[in-house]
Design a binder for this molecule. Structure first.
Ligand SMILES: Cc1ncc(COP(=O)(O)O)c(C=O)c1O
Length: 398
């Protein structure tokens, strides 16, 4: 029988790397947004209350009236000069070191920075170390280039750097180590100051690149802030950042800061992903920063997320059965729930949707099927008033 388009199994033509078991977990989480009435602890989405609607409208009107064309035009691949300058200034103000012009590029979200770094460094079979659990977008990026992913666990002080040192000493030779040092996704924990220093020293000693993701760095509930890895080791660290959690994700804007030769290669790789990050978002963000509006928004956002987090932790305290435990975040969007003995995270997630609650099973945050005894709880998007009900429904299921 002739093969017609209707009967063709297109998967047979897919490239090997597309069959790498990357999965659809991100798409599945995004789809939960559309489920009406769901009390969602699932996605790491910002609360729409933080969106700068009026100010964004004001800026758009200004761009239109002033006759400026840069906001509406293609941009240089590295980014527009003004937004790059404003972003470098922000990084200097918050991290104590200003990236040089050839050390910084603007990306289409942090997720593109992940893709560019993976594309630049990874051949099939190359080794990448991630912390376990870790951000699933990073797992997808590394797996998408057929890397071998090794897991080093986290504890309440973040990545277990002593364990990493032991593994390196025993012969592990990764090209990259990916870590989220501040208010980690999904663990809600942060890397201690001593471990930050030690990690940078290990990178120098063993010659691997630390890939630091600072997605939640500016969302601490208090004023404390530890040095970024990139500020400690600009010679051995590439930092990926995003404006999605602090400004708004609709602009899909992020950055990569790192050693000039790497930065040049990322710019080169970017030419055939999106060519340039959207100029409109770059200009909106630049103006937002220069007028001090980001700081104002952050003050309100931190207070909002802190309140939601405290409410969720109190609800967990009240209703969770014996044997359950959870992390106590000092910022960010997440707490990591350990289930009582015998509970199955995937089954729990399925049953939870049936009773109107969204959660993400821990398995998607590991490359190897671990995590079945954990669940990620995100408090960022869920309606404040619904937190108590959502958590008590979960507790009942358990
Ligand atoms: C740790 C981490 N990195 C990166 C991203 C992606 O950010 P962006 O929206 O800029 O692509 C997220 C979003 O959930 C995240 O949690």
């Amino acid at each position: 029988m002739a093969v017609t388009p209707a009967t063709r199994a297109w998967e047979e033509l897919f490239a090997t790397r597309a069959r790498g078991g990357v999965g659809d977990a991100i798409a599945d989480i995004l789809a939960l947004l559309a489920v009406p009435g769901l009390i969602s602890f699932a996605g790491g989405f910002p609360d729409p209350e933080t969106f700068p609607r009026e100010r964004a409208a004001q800026l758009l009107a200004e761009f239109a009236e002033s006759g400026e064309s840069s906001a509406f035009q293609y941009a240089p691949t590295r980014g527009l000069a003004g937004p790059l300058d404003a972003l470098a200034g922000r990084i200097e103000a918050t991290q104590g070191r200003r990236p040089a012009d050839d050390e910084l590029l603007i990306t289409s979200g942090a997720i593109e920075a992940l893709e560019l770094v993976a594309k630049t460094f990874l051949d099939a079979g190359d080794r990448v170390v991630v912390e376990g659990p870790t951000y699933l977008g990073a797992l997808m990026a590394f797996r998408g280039f057929s890397a071998k992913v090794d897991v080093v666990p986290v504890d309440d002080d973040g990545l277990q750097v002593e364990e990493l040192a032991r593994r390196l000493d025993a012969g592990l030779r990764p090209k990259l180590l990916y870590t989220i040092p501040d208010h980690q996704n999904p663990g809600g924990v942060s890397l201690s100051a001593e471990r930050r220093e030690a990690l940078v020293e290990l990178a120098r000693r063993y010659g691997f690149l630390v890939f630091e993701d600072v997605a939640y760095r500016e969302l601490a509930f208090g004023d404390e802030s530890l040095p970024s890895l990139w500020s400690l080791g600009p010679d051995v660290v590439v930092q990926a950042g995003t404006t999605s959690k602090t400004f708004f994700p609709g602009v899909r804007l992020g950055w990569a800061a790192g050693p000039a030769p790497i930065s040049a290669q990322l710019v080169s790789a970017k030419q055939n992903t999106d060519q340039c990050a959207a100029a409109l978002g770059q200009r909106l963000f630049e103006e937002y920063l220069r007028r001090g509006w980001l700081d104002e928004q952050l003050t309100a956002s931190r207070a909002l997320y802190r309140r939601k987090c405290e409410r969720m932790l109190a609800a967990l305290d009240r209703s969770m059965p014996a044997g359950a435990a959870w992390t106590t975040p000092t910022g960010g969007f997440f707490s990591w729930l350990s289930l009582p003995e015998g509970a199955d995270a995937r089954l729990l997630a399925k049953r939870a949707v049936e009773v109107g609650v969204g959660i993400v099973p821990g398995t998607v945050f590991y490359p190897d099927g671990r995590g079945d005894d954990h669940v990620r709880l995100s408090f960022s998007l869920v309606d404040e008033a619904a937190i108590d009900t959502g958590i008590s429904k979960l507790a009942e299921l358990l």
